[in-house]
Design a protein around this ligand. Sequence first.
Ligand code: HEC
Ligand code: HEC
Length: 216
Amino acid sequence: MKQWLFISLLAIVSHIALAAGDVETGRQLAMQGNNQGATACVACHGANGEGNASAGFPRLTGLNAEYLAKQLRDYRAGSRTNPTMNPIAAALDAAASRDVAAYYASLDPAGDASKGKESAAGRTLALRGDWDNTIPACVSCHGPGGRGVDPAFPALAGQHASYIKMQLQAWRDGKRRNDANDLMKVVAERMSEEQIQAVADYFAAAPVQPDAGADQ
Ligand code: HEC
Ligand code: HEC
């Protein structure tokens, strides 16, 4: 019995040690890439992880470290496919993924003006859903104002509209398949093209939550 307890404690402690990435090592990777073939993240995701609205490069700040590390793992495993990110994630091992995730989660996402257009239809869908078409309110999973619910439900507030739209289309078309229990697939499949655009505009214009991702 005592031995069992010891082993469980050891497992818990080593899990914690594994889970925490090193922010400084992650920063270097983000700035410089690595010699396994990962390009510097800043080239696309911006000097401060703010992404790029016109290119559709997502904002990485405001997202939780565990969520970010999961995405890198999913790109490596192929349950999330993207011709740009698959080879970059393949050049990161699990430790490097955790480090760079910890770095982006440590940055303050506030102060970066969002670029979306106001959308009344998007607001209704986000806050109340569309029950005629069995679409739940986005905030029921993604938290009030789309601030995110750590670690499983990513923040949407302040994410670029172009990127949000691409992700909803990817789920609808079966190209992103990394959501537990198909939670997002079921939502995206029921949305019209107009609803996708409207809700993407709404969340892009929503204020980024200053403490989003900070609890990692
Ligand atoms: C050449 C441009 C480019 C570079 C360099 C790049 N990325 Fe990306 N990244 C993208 C694009 C485009 C996407 C969206 C892909 C998709 O639709 O799945 C993306 C998506 C991501 C996501 C998913 C974000 C989310 O909200 O789910 C993560 C995490 C990520 N990149 C991390 C990194 C890291 C870490 C590096 C550096 C080691 C990096 N990227 C380098 C272009 C790039
Ligand atoms: C039943 C819960 C649930 C509901 C409702 C829901 N989502 Fe999600 N959503 C998720 C989960 C879980 C993920 C993360 C999947 C993963 O692990 O990659 C996600 C991820 C996303 C992403 C990807 C973010 C990124 O950084 O890549 C977008 C965009 C998104 N959801 C938009 C929406 C919109 C818009 C709505 C409302 C129309 C909505 N979601 C409703 C559960 C939900």
